[in-house]
Design a protein around this ligand. Structure first.
Ligand SMILES: Nc1ncnc2c1ncn2[C@@H]1O[C@H](COP(=O)(O)OP(=O)(O)OP(=O)(O)O)[C@@H](O)[C@H]1O
Ligand SMILES: [Mg+2]
Length: 353
């Protein structure tokens, strides 16, 4: 996959930008607050359908403007594609694929697959399981639309079951209808667990290889720690067994919405014992492993976006990282010209040179 050009109108601090890119590495270089991350955000937004910084799309519109526009041109082995997004202050966003309006954002997802890394991604190793589930969900959704809709269905059912648990103080009233939700949850939940288990098995060796390459041989290991049931019946039994607890708490305690990944470095948990550089390298390696997984599924590499990736990495790791990323189109932002490779795009006050 390759992004050939990007056009922005009134997007964040870009009044008007038209930029072409190299199929290899593109380095966005500039001082703080000039618009490097904003440009990466625009690419992300056109590919994923939402921002990595905010859930309020309207924040992306330039302060003085009423409407923002992103036009992204890309091509893969087979054809060229254009994604256009128009954001308006008082209306719903318009998304077009090759000029045709799209209703469901899920239809755009995966058209221009990307892998994104920012310093924030450290959450992936350090923070709560929710971050790791988000990682799995985004990754699987990009290569598997069925998974995207599967997760949406599961979350709706879960919400309904939780609502029911909270709806009455009377246990028998709740018990009257909970069966429907138990069965529905089991049906979708077991599929989610299956997909995730397969995903972790697939990603783990690639992440280990990337981590070993960048770090001079440190040993990374990833394990899925999720629900462990064999059948829908067993799943329903688990829910029934947990009913008293769930009723007391007012929410569902068993299911893939509580899944996690365990990440070990040289046999100890990186979350607790890794240095900053090690944690960053581990998070990065998970992302780099995504490149390989997506390539396995789609037959070609996705776009790699690295926002401010170099801080906290020593020289050896930086160099190795740059070598590693040669395999696909990469966008790197940095404040330091010393680390620039490939096509250098200087960003200054919402303009590119
Ligand atoms: N909706 C908006 N309209 C106009 N300008 C905006 C909007 N949102 C953000 N900005 C401007 O964009 C600037 C930030 O740009 P960006 O995050 O891309 O910086 P950066 O080049 O990545 O800097 P750093 O090196 O510090 O990460 C902010 O300082 C802000 O002034
Ligand atoms: Mg930035």
């Amino acid at each position: 996959m390759e992004i050939t050009s990007l056009k922005l109108v009134n997007f964040r601090n870009y009044q008007s930008l038209t930029q072409t890119f190299s199929p290899k590495t593109n380095s966005l270089v500039g001082k703080n607050a000039q618009g490097k991350t904003n440009l990466l955000e625009a690419i992300f937004f056109a590919s994923i359908g939402k921002s990595f910084r905010t859930s309020k799309d309207k924040e992306l519109i330039s302060w003085q403007a009423q409407e923002a526009r992103i036009v992204l041109n890309a091509k893969n082995r087979f054809r060229e594609k254009q994604i256009e997004i128009i954001l308006q202050r008082n209306q719903k966003k318009v998304v077009k694929m090759d000029g045709i309006n799209i209703r469901r954002i899920g239809d755009v997802l995966g058209e221009v697959p990307i892998v994104f890394f920012s310093p924030d991604e450290l959450k992936l190793v350090k923070d709560s399981p929710e971050e790791r589930r988000r990682f799995i969900n985004i990754d699987l959704s990009q290569t598997n639309k069925k998974y995207f809709y599967l997760i949406s269905r599961y979350e709706k059912i879960l919400e309904n079951r939780n609502k029911l648990l909270k709806s009455s103080q009377n246990k028998s009233v709740v018990l009257e209808t909970i069966d429907i939700w138990n069965k529905a949850l089991a049906k979708e939940g077991i599929k989610i667990a299956e997909e995730r288990r397969r995903f972790v098995e697939e990603i783990s060796p690639f992440a280990s290889a990337a981590n070993a390459y960048i770090s001079k041989g440190e040993e990374l290991k990833i394990e899925y720690s999720g629900i462990d049931v064999e059948s829908e019946e067993e799943y329903v039994k688990k829910l029934e067994k947990n009913f008293e607890k769930d009723f007391k708490l007012g929410y569902t305690t068993f299911g893939p919405h509580r899944d996690d990944l365990d990440i070990y470095l040289n046999k100890v948990e990186v979350k607790s014992f890794g240095s900053q550089g090690q944690q960053r390298t581990a998070a990065l390696s998970l992302k780099l492993a995504e490149l390989e997984i997506i390539k396995n599924r789609l037959g070609e590499y996705p776009i790699l976006i690295l926002d401010d990736v170099f801080s906290e990495l020593d020289e050896h790791r930086r160099k190795r990282l740059l070598k590693f990323t040669n395999r696909c189109q990469t966008f790197i932002s940095t404040t330091d010209e010393q680390f620039c490779e490939g096509k250098i795009i200087k960003i200054k006050n919402g303009k590119a040179e």
